[in-house]
Design a binder for this molecule. Structure first.
Ligand SMILES: [Ca+2]
Ligand SMILES: [Ca+2]
Ligand SMILES: [Ca+2]
Length: 298
């Protein structure tokens, strides 16, 4: 069984080996002898991952597409050429590429970038700047990177990778902070607002995961307990409310959503109370109401 498969594989590689030696020429001398003999020393370039330095750039902003390029073959590459296509809604600008890379604006819709060589197992990152121009807020645009196949490339099917970028817009996030006297989780008639101040609400803020640009920051509440933030979109937000430690958090999501408390998590009780809503996805043009019911600490 083992002998059979060995002789079959030897038959298979003989023509490849001859062709390979002809192509390698002088280079063949420095490649591992067994790899050359088997005809297997081939580069395999791969677009490993495409990311952007903010996930949700806004109109007029410049951001960076980061393209991780690898050679997963067992042979060194020749010069690597990557084309980055720029869709409508994004524009090219003065390229920078990164160490070792040489990028030019090939057309209004693409960059052409070269890198001298990726050895077998090697990797490098290409960075290209992009500008958001005439994109629709809330829309998504694709950025695609393609590596030109090498002459002896083992697998040209993995030479392309892409990422989708969400274009930020604006939304309104607002809410009311009140004292839930009967602790039923509902804002009932006669239950008082909790206003801004050292004995009330200290800060209302928006929290988002790393990698997303947050807009709107933080605010304070009005005497009637209401607050409002106009915020950047196309990301997940959490509303966090910091208040006097005289208060705790009432039960969340009890009954009618219009009049309930949307604060589901308590982060700290001392020296101040810090509570948070569930994460929610904020989209362009949206209005999100996040209310907070507080109860007196006993
Ligand atoms: Ca490949
Ligand atoms: Ca109540
Ligand atoms: Ca609610």
């Amino acid at each position: 069984m083992r002998l059979n498969s060995l002789s079959r594989s030897l038959r298979d590689v003989i023509p490849t080996t001859l062709a390979g030696l002809a192509l390698f020429g002088v280079t063949a001398a420095v490649l591992p002898a067994d790899a050359v003999a088997a005809g297997r020393a081939q580069p395999d370039l791969l677009v490993d991952l495409v990311t952007t330095d903010v996930l949700n750039p806004a109109e007029g902003e410049t951001f960076t597409a980061q393209i991780d390029v690898r050679n997963v073959g067992n042979g060194d590459s020749e010069a690597v050429k990557v084309t980055v296509s720029v869709p409508p809604g994004l524009q090219t600008t003065t390229p920078y590429g990164g160490s070792g890379w040489n990028c030019t604006v090939a057309s209004a819709t693409s960059y052409s970038c070269t890198y001298p060589q990726l050895v077998a197992g090697g990797r490098d990152r290409l960075n290209v700047p992009l500008v958001v121009a005439d994109a629709t807020p809330g829309s998504t645009v694709p950025i695609t990177a393609s590596i030109a196949p090498q002459k002896r490339e083992a697998n040209p099917d993995n030479n392309t990778g892409s990422v989708t970028v969400a274009i930020a817009g604006t939304c309104v996030i607002r809410g009311t902070v009140w004292q839930d006297l009967d602790r039923d989780g509902q804002r009932d008639e006669g239950e008082p607002a909790v206003a801004d101040g050292p004995d009330g609400v200290l800060r209302v803020s928006l929290w988002a995961r790393q990698g997303q640009a947050v807009g709107g920051g933080s605010t304070t509440v009005n005497p009637d307990g209401t607050w409002s933030i106009t915020a950047r979109t196309e990301l997940l937000y959490q509303v966090r409310i910091e208040a006097s430690s005289r208060y705790g958090r009432t039960v969340a999501d009890m009954g009618n959503d219009t009049t309930d408390s949307d604060m589901v998590t308590s982060y700290q009780f001392e020296p101040t109370l810090l509570i948070g809503s569930a994460e929610f996805s904020a989209h362009h043009g949206g209005e999100y109401v996040i209310d907070a019911g507080l109860v007196a600490q006993t």
